[in-house]
Design a protein around this ligand. Structure first.
Ligand code: CTP
Ligand code: MG
Length: 228
């Protein structure tokens, strides 16, 4: 049994590295904003009843208009950092939600099954994160000089959606803000606070759009999906 869950869709960033005129979550892919792709995937997970979107300041109404008809949602003004955006969203997550899934609007290819998988992994952990193995040899480099080669065995690349017990996520964020700690990954906030986070297999197709090259790759991938 997966717990009753709500998803926070993080769309509050500016998309500086993508370099488009609109913030990244509002950039279209296959005729739909990235935010809508992410929202549809979250809402297609049977355990997720509604979403809370963190939007950039001034674009809250646009986000709301885009999600009209997509499903149950609330929109909040994002924070200056990703962690701040999660905190803002947590304020409007209903207290009865047992589990919270945090997902990047910048990942349009997450499958609803991945949302279900991270939620299922909460049975024996406070958090669950999809990860991929590191394919390349990893070097530690300082000032252009290779200091050494790291073992890849215990390294992994983290994705979203990430699922959390609502109480653990709230407590970890409360403690982080008290300590002045600001991290760009939600599971990292729980790890920092000493909670148990499980890693489950990620999906190579669920890549994050960060640069113009990623967007070009996403257009190709979306075209492949549309053609079946
Ligand atoms: N995000 C957010 N609030 C912030 C910063 C980021 O909700 N203050 C969200 C982004 O909208 C994105 C996700 O977190 O969906 C992952 O962050 P990233 O890929 O870094 O997106 P941006 O911060 O928008 O991009 P950049 O760092 O290039 O400016
Ligand atoms: Mg960023």
């Amino acid at each position: 049994m997966t717990p009753a869950a709500i998803a926070i869709v993080l769309a509050g960033g500016s998309g500086e590295r993508l370099g488009e005129r609109t913030p990244k979550a509002f950039v279209a892919l296959g005729g739909r904003p990235l935010l809508v792709h992410a929202a549809l995937a979250a809402l297609a997970c049977p355990a997720i009843g509604s979403i809370v979107v963190a939007a950039p300041e001034g674009l809250e109404d646009l986000a709301h208009a885009m999600l009209e008809g997509v499903g149950a949602h609330a929109v909040v003004t994002g924070g200056a950092t990703r962690q701040g955006s999660v905190r803002a969203a947590l304020e409007v997550v209903p207290p009865e939600a047992e589990a919270i899934v945090c997902h990047d609007a910048a990942r349009p290819f997450a499958r609803p099954e991945l949302f279900t998988a991270v939620l299922s992994a909460l049975q024996d952990a406070d958090g669950a994160v999809p990860v991929l193995p590191v394919p390349d040899t990893v070097k530690r480099v300082r000032g252009g000089i290779v200091l050494g080669t790291e073992s890849r065995e215990e390294l992994a690349l983290a994705q979203t959606p990430q699922a959390f017990s609502a109480s653990a996520l709230r407590e970890a964020h409360r403690r982080a803000v008290e300590a002045g700690v600001d991290l760009t990954d939600d599971a990292a906030v729980l790890e920092w606070a000493g909670f148990r986070v499980r890693a489950i297999p990620g999906d190579p197709a669920n890549f994050k759009i960060t640069t113009p090259d990623d967007l070009a790759r996403a257009e190709l991938h979306a075209g492949d999906l549309a053609r079946g």
